[in-house]
Design a protein around this ligand. Sequence first.
Ligand code: NAD
Length: 420
Amino acid sequence: MKEALLQSPIFAMAAQQFDEVADFMELSEEIRERCKWPKRLITVTMPVHMDDGSTRVFFGHRVQHHLSRGPVKGGLRYHPAVDLGEVAALAMWMNWKCALMRLPYGGAKGGINCNPREMSIRERERLTRRFATEMIPFIGKEIDIMAPDMGTDEQTMAWIVDVYSSHAGHLVPGIVTGKPVELQGSEGRREATGHGVAFLVMRALNKIDQQIDGSSAVVQGFGNVGSYAAETLSWSGVKVKGISDVTGAVWNDGGLDVTALRKYVAETGGVAGFGGAEGLDPEEMLLQECDVLIPAALERVIKEENAGKLKCRILAEGANGPTTPEADVIIDERGDIFVLPDILCNAGGVTVSYFEWVQNISRIHWTEREVLTKLETMLEGTFERLLKFAKEKGVSHRTAALCLGVHEVAEVKKKRGLFP
Ligand code: NAD
């Protein structure tokens, strides 16, 4: 199984990052092995009635990396590239992210290999309900709590609540986070990840003595993370010059009207063709001069081939795993880019998910202001802890973030010992 997982380039990348950090931390062989490999890998097949009368079998996965620090937590992704290796890599990153943020969770991830853009809402509902049913033996509000990720949203989470609650015989809102506010979702969860990215970008601009007002940003991906990050930055005075999604890239040197673009995407399904902007090659967009580059779509987009050509001062990783280890080496050697590593940069999502879960199990309700203030306090504390560690140890921000996360997990495993 180890070899099979390592065949996946994304899992191999997550494993390589872990190995490098484990070497640096001089982790014992025993703790290293216990931290590295996922606890549970679950794969299910799901026959689903399609609208045209045919039946299609989909493959779905859920990987629970480890359960030593509490229930596992992580998103559910619908994308044509999903496979077990990718899901296992994302579960491992979730692990270090929850630990870095000192949330009482282990990491998990789920994914279904499908193309949600080519499916009707009824087909997506049937697929989600079938997946939730298959997952019932493995999830629970004290065991494994899902959330939205690429290709899924609040509606997806609402269907999972419905399936799980129907099975339990009573409403169990804490089974997922990122659900609609009407169904005991949290105020502020929808925008939390993008808000967190924008908050940290502004803290990073401050650290490099750059004014927020008038700075420029380029954003890859205009879904949940990218759109709220772009909008928050734009409201704060940052010129968001370029935005791309699966349909193409748009550019305006004077700054895009991000709110108008959001409306346009809701109507047309993509950024391509947006008025008041010129079209651009999406790959070229990443190489344009800007203060802040925010990859907020896929993994492995900043790679050996383009890392040396980036013209940004801050790389803010809204997506999970957007930078390959080879690109990291180049960026470290350059030394002129302030990296906000993914497990910190996009941690706003899981942090507000944690707040949502706390509100659900305590039967309380916080206002949006309360939620976002608590979020900013936690991000600020972790950001400063990370910078201090990086400076003291003379390591990159990514190494610092991973070290801090892995340390929390390793310590818990050491203290708990082995059963039996
Ligand atoms: P989403 O489905 O809401 O949006 C994804 C966006 O990426 C869409 O705009 C899509 O068109 C675009 N995209 C897809 N392929 C692309 C390509 N080849 N080039 C450019 N754009 C492309 O997904 P999301 O929830 O915003 O997640 C984006 C990333 O952020 C993922 O890596 C996810 O794991 C990570 N993330 C999400 C959350 C969350 O709360 N949603 C939290 C933490 C991390």
